[in-house]
Design a protein around this ligand. Structure first.
Ligand code: GLN
Length: 206
């Protein structure tokens, strides 16, 4: 049996890059634009892009409530950058009309790295399943994870002005990062997600 089908929210953002990585790991990938598309997948990737634009499109496509429900029901979900903003329990500096999927107990400041650090590249230090690994991390108008709840694991950090700052976090079946692993050739973050997908999916015999 092949690996589980993974959906990529294909309303706006860097959909193609995530698709390429998930396909290279052996998953069948479905572009999700409608509630019907969502029904066909066992897991979802929420790409980077612009969380305010994706918010509007989630509402107009009818995906908002079924997606929120699937995440609440434990569907493995991986959000990067704007995807993290959408998944966070609480957003600072967001737009009043932007939506939250309540996937992970984190407070995230939109564009929180400040103007002077609009876009930069560094190395992140892994923890948990990424322990001992140094990961290339590209940040583009990235959200800053300001705090996380007790049930949230920190899977990678960067040194930011001498302080360890979480950049990849996980709670249950939700993985979220402030950077863009899909823009480098390093697949280890997606491998962690792929493992979550395979462990978190109930395979039923029809
Ligand atoms: N600043 C964007 C937002 O708020 C995120 C940027 C990105 O995904 N690269 O949605």
């Amino acid at each position: 049996m092949g690996l589980s089908p993974v959906g990529i929210l294909a309303l706006q953002g860097d959909v193609r890059e995530h698709r390429a990585v998930m396909e290279s790991l052996g998953h069948h990938v479905v572009s999700v634009k409608t509630p019907g598309d969502l029904e066909a997948v066992s897991a979802m990737v929420l790409p980077g892009g612009e969380s305010t634009a994706i918010s509007l499109l989630l509402k107009s496509s009818g995906l908002l409530s079924p997606l929120r429900q699937r995440i609440a029901d434990g569907m493995p979900t991986f959000g990067t950058c704007a995807g993290l903003v959408l998944l966070a329990r609480s957003i600072l500096d967001g737009r009043a009309d932007q939506v939250q999927l309540d996937g992970i107990d984190a407070v995230v400041r939109r564009n929180g790295f400040g103007r002077q650090r609009f876009s930069f590249e560094t190395r992140a230090e892994g923890a948990g399943p990424l322990q001992g690994m140094s990961l290339p991390a590209v940040f583009i108008r990235a959200p800053l994870i300001e705090s996380v709840g007790d049930d949230v694991e920190i899977l990678a950090t960067i040194d930011r002005d001498g302080e360890d700052t979480a950049v990849l976090i996980r709670q249950g079946s939700v993985l979220a990062g402030s950077f863009h692993p899909e823009l480098t050739s390093d697949r280890r973050c997606h491998e962690v997600f792929s493992t979550m997908v395979e462990q978190g999916t109930v395979h039923t015999t029809l």
